[in-house]
Design a protein around this ligand. Structure first.
Ligand code: SF4
Ligand code: F3S
Length: 107
């Protein structure tokens, strides 16, 4: 089991989540973060920290977000680790809650 970062993180990237993770298993891309599924210990601390409500337990993932299981696993292998909070992306507030953001994902 793991937690998964989903679509609403894209173009927001608030990074509050990384501050609470006890095993530092977040990885950072240009406009999205992912969780490494083999490193996550399922503690659930990050889920309530995300202002965009983008983090879900794998077993509570909405159907439309299932694709993000694979995206997290794949990109956690190639993106660098992030352990400290930084400023959100410019226009994060404007992008928060929009649909169809998957096509905005930069790899
Ligand atoms: Fe880190 Fe816990 Fe969130 Fe997993 S559930 S990513 S271990 S804070
Ligand atoms: Fe993304 Fe939420 Fe973390 S927007 S960077 S999952 S705090």
């Amino acid at each position: 089991m793991t937690f998964v970062v989903t679509e609403n993180c894209i173009r927001c990237k608030y990074t509050d989540c990384v501050e609470v993770c006890p095993v530092d298993c977040f990885y950072e891309g240009p406009n999205f973060l992912v969780i490494h599924p083999d490193e996550c210990i399922d503690c659930a601390l990050c889920e309530p920290e995300c202002p965009a409500e983008a983090i879900f337990s794998e077993d509570e993932l909405p159907d439309a977000q299932q694709v993000f299981i694979e995206i997290n696993a794949e990109l956690a292998e190639v993106w660098p680790n992030i352990t400290e909070k930084k400023d959100p992306l410019e226009d994060a507030e404007a992008w928060d809650g929009r649909t169809g953001k998957l096509e905005q994902l930069e790899r």
